[in-house]
Design a protein around this ligand. Structure first.
Ligand code: NAD
Length: 518
């Protein structure tokens, strides 16, 4: 919902000036190394999902401000591209240290704006920081190839930056996903414009402050805010050569189409429906705890949440124990010490999840744990809470199976054999993540080779690879073919191949070389 505030209403809001790591009532832009107040008259209110109290107003960046950000990034590229890879490495080393030092501040902002628990928010920061740590190896990562083709001929490759790059981020990992993008991009010599989610940009703003403190020159990283208009600007602007996107199918498909139509590289990570297969030979206690944690942690708002369980054979008898574990999880505000799951991001998200639960009931699933209207402490009574919910006996035609619920709702299906479970998963259009729980190595091996999903856990519920690997969702979970983290470096660079001939002895050139050189 975008509200236009009249001047008089806006004048009630204190003008933001960010001179420390405290973000004030309005969220500023970060352009050319400065935090600046947008001159927009369109502000997006951001509410704490646990209380629905106003946290900040996020600007719809004006077209003029967006242009300044892109022009600034293009100007900064002229000098940043000439910086030595060693100087960029040094800055990244300092940045990772600063992120480490300010983990709690980042996590607090994430909990306040996004709702996940403080402990989980620290994990969000850590998984992002690991990308910075990987980017610190840029001196090795950027190395090209070289071959002495003959005694007088060499071929070698050089990886060069593209220019201005842009990142469009989702709400669910406010620190990790901007950190998937800008550290590798700027390490490779690009400049970048990040548009965080308009629902929780606070962590990105703190990262901008840390980037400045680490010594990243002005204009190398810029942050703009907004929604569709800002996205359209990014898809169309002439300076921007590549767009990284993570978010929903609808926005991602649109951005992929519009960005590539304008000749840009686009990498887009989209939605998911991740299945966990439970074999009867699995370690029961371990498996049930992992299932409850991965389905309900972060209130199910993770693209790698195991939101669908397929019990094979007798494993379905464990269902009552899964319900028992799920019902013990504590639902409350993310800063409360014992909270297991916090709220959903918005009231609309809560309503959508509740409607999908009801549609499951209407279409014949068994609601064996109903988390709607959970008991929460008085001060959170206005929050967007849904507690752990389990729908059993789900069938593939039901909406709760077909749609990504993105809430604390676990749906369960039964399969007679491992082959039946594999077929079910392979028939699903998404291919982000999956897991098998088993103590049988040959089942695990068979599963990993037969399954058509990009990231597979064997007794690991959320198999997000560390950033020295790539994040390899596939099928409908990705548009474009180059993914994040390790392969992100390929996305943010283009390769030059140089073939040179230095002949020591003079050769008699009697005729023009018209045939293909061999
Ligand atoms: P979202 O698509 O609503 O928003 C993502 C970004 O796109 C935001 O910056 C937003 O401003 C912009 N946007 C939204 N609608 C737009 C439109 N119509 N046109 C242009 N731009 C638009 O996604 P979200 O709700 O913030 O994030 C949740 C989704 O992200 C889930 O589907 C989840 O699976 C997915 N996700 C995927 C991965 C992955 O790696 N596959 C990782 C994290 C999240």
């Amino acid at each position: 919902v975008i509200r236009t505030f009249s001047t008089s209403v806006r004048s009630l809001q204190p003008v933001s000036s960010v001179n420390s790591l405290n973000i004030k009532r309005t969220t500023p832009l970060f352009i050319n190394g400065e935090f600046v107040e947008s001159k927009t008259d369109k502000w997006i209110p951001l509410y704490n999902p646990a209380t629905n109290e106003l946290v900040t107003l996020v600007p719809e960046t004006t077209p003029e401000e967006l242009k300044v950000a892109a022009d600034t990034a293009a100007e900064a590229f002229k000098t940043w591209r000439k910086s030595s890879v060693l100087s960029r490495q040094r800055i990244l080393l300092d940045l990772q240290l600063l992120i480490r030092e300010h983990t709690d501040k980042l996590a607090k902002s994430i909990t306040e704006e996004q709702g996940k628990t403080f402990a989980d928010a620290k994990g969000d920061v850590l998984r992002g920081r690991q990308v910075v740590e990987t980017a610190c190896g840029i001196t090795n990562l950027l190395m090209g190839e070289q071959l002495a083709v003959a005694t007088d001929m060499d071929t070698f490759t050089i990886r060069e930056p593209l220019g201005v790059t842009a990142g469009i981020c989702p709400f669910n990992f406010p620190a990790m996903i901007p950190l998937w993008m800008f550290p590798l991009s700027i390490a490779a010599g690009n400049t970048m414009i990040i548009k965080p989610s308009e629902r929780d940009p606070g962590a990105a703003m703190i990262l901008a402050q840390l980037v400045k403190e680490a010594g990243v020159p002005n204009g190398v990283l810029n942050i703009v805010h907004g929604s569709v208009d800002a996205v359209n600007f990014i898809c169309d602007n002439e300076h921007i050569k590549a767009i990284s996107f993570v978010g929903s199918d609808r926005a991602g498909k649109y951005i992929y189409k519009r960005g590539t139509a304008n000749g840009k590289r686009v990498q887009a990570n989209l939605g998911a429906k991740n299945h966990g297969v439970v074999m009867p030979d699995a370690n029961k206690n371990y498996t049930l705890n992992q299932l409850a944690g991965s389905a309900f942690g972060a209130a199910g708002q993770r693209c790698m949440a195991l939101s669908t369980v397929v019990f094979v054979g007798k494993a379905k008898e464990w269902l009552p124990e899964l319900v028992e574990r799920a019902s013990k999880l504590k639902v409350s505000g993310g800063m409360e010490p014992d909270t297991d799951l916090g709220p959903l991001i918005t009231r609309q998200a809560k309503e959508r999840v509740e409607n999908l639960i009801q549609s499951g009931v209407g279409q014949g699933a068994r609601l064996i744990l109903d988390g709607r209207n959970p008991a929460v402490p008085e001060k959170y009574k206005n929050g967007n809470f849904v507690g752990p919910t389990i729908l059993a006996d789900v069938k593939p035609h039901m909406d709760c199976y077909k749609e990504e619920i993105f809430g604390p709702v676990l749906i369960t299906l039964n399969a007679d054999t491992l082959d039946d479970a594999i077929k079910l998963i392979n028939d699903n259009p998404y291919g982000n993540g999956t897991a098998i729980f088993t103590s049988n190595g040959s089942n695990a091996r068979y599963f990993t080779t037969s399954i058509e999903v990009g990231q597979i856990g064997v007794n690991v519920p959320i198999p997000v690879p560390l950033p020295m690997f790539s994040f390899t969702g596939n099928k409908a979970s990705i548009q474009g073919d180059v993914n994040f983290c390790k392969s992100g470096l390929q996305f943010y660079t283009q390769t030059k191949t140089v073939t040179s001939l230095w002949r020591h002895e003079d050769v008699d050139h009697t005729r023009s070389a018209v045939t293909m050189p061999t």
